[in-house]
Design a protein around this ligand. Structure first.
Ligand code: AMP
Length: 279
């Protein structure tokens, strides 16, 4: 596996690969890799000739009081995992190369960035859109692979690609879960044993809402109420929001229908977790 840190070297290398007619698949990550990340890489391998994975903990998407410093980093372990999956190139730019002195340009996807996670984390989605566009400009992929787990992020990236005419095919893949349903996340490492048990309430509540929907319930208010009720049985977990939304516009719906997304965020101690389902 080739490891590239330098931006210009990455651009030159991928330009050469494109010239040779290779289809480039790209998986951007922040490292601390788990099976969710690895499944994106496996898909990328199946759908492209050359897979590039980036590891970059993006300071622009963390608020001043958030966990940028503590965010888990394990370059050695990650490199082993990525090589094992059979990724072709690992791209690991430095913060000072991505955001050099005097950096000024940010991408804002209006409205879609202000709701849901954008409310609790102002600037977060602007940071995500900015770094993803920068990485697209560096890696020049034909296809880029993202997880459904970060649903709002996928909506914003798709909209950015459409609005800015980026020539990248955005592929969204299902959330990979632990056996008990908890969505895999690098932040699950923060949870103590008791917190880890309580954390299943995110998925349990979403599945209960799905069950109701499958039985014919369509009222978003009732589905939301069901989720809130289940969270009340886990007082150590603080529900931040439940959004029942149109999957493209992120507008709240009154009546759920097939394709409606239920997304939520919750805090367990200092750890903030998100999850969602598509009805
Ligand atoms: P992150 O390193 O958290 O920025 O995530 C990098 C990519 O992996 C994003 O596209 C995430 O949506 C995706 N991802 C994270 N967790 C999961 C998961 N449990 N299942 C599928 N994809 C995931």
């Amino acid at each position: 596996m080739k490891i590239i840190e330098d931006i210009i070297e990455m651009q030159r290398y991928v330009t050469q690969l494109r010239w040779e007619g290779k289809i480039i698949g790209f998986v951007p990550t922040m490292g601390a890799l788990h099976k969710g990340h690895l499944s994106l890489m496996e898909h990328a391998k199946n759908e492209s000739d050359h897979v590039v994975v980036s590891i970059f903990v993006n300071p622009a998407q963390f608020g001043p009081k958030e966990d940028y410093k503590e965010y888990p980093r394990d370059m050695e372990g990650d490199t082993e995992k990525i090589a094992y999956v059979g990724v072709d190139t690992l791209f690991t730019p430095s913060v000072s190369a991505i955001y050099p002195e005097g950096y000024r340009t940010y991408i804002e996807v209006k409205d879609l960035s202000d709701v849901m996670c954008g409310r609790a984390r102002p600037g977060h989605l602007r940071g995500v859109a900015t770094v993803v566009l920068k990485l697209f400009n560096i890696v020049k992929p034909h296809k880029a692979f993202f997880g459904q787990k970060d649903f709002q992020q996928t909506v914003i990236i798709k909209k950015m690609v459409e609005d800015l005419n980026s020539d990248v095919d955005v592929v969204v893949l299902p959330t990979v879960r632990e056996e008990d349903g908890l969505a895999m996340s690098s932040r699950n490492q923060y949870l103590g044993p008791e917190e880890r048990k309580s954390a299943t309430v995110l998925y349990r509540s979403l599945e209960e809402a799905r069950l109701l929907f499958n039985k014919g319930e369509r009222s978003a208010e009732l589905l939301r109420y069901t989720i809130i009720k289940i969270f009340k049985s886990e007082p150590s977990v603080l529900l931040e929001y439940v959004a029942i939304v149109n999957p493209k516009t992120l507008e709240e719906v009154k009546e759920a229908e097939e394709g409606t997304v239920i997304a939520l965020a919750a805090r367990i101690g200092k750890t903030r977790l998100i999850d969602n389902i598509v009805l």
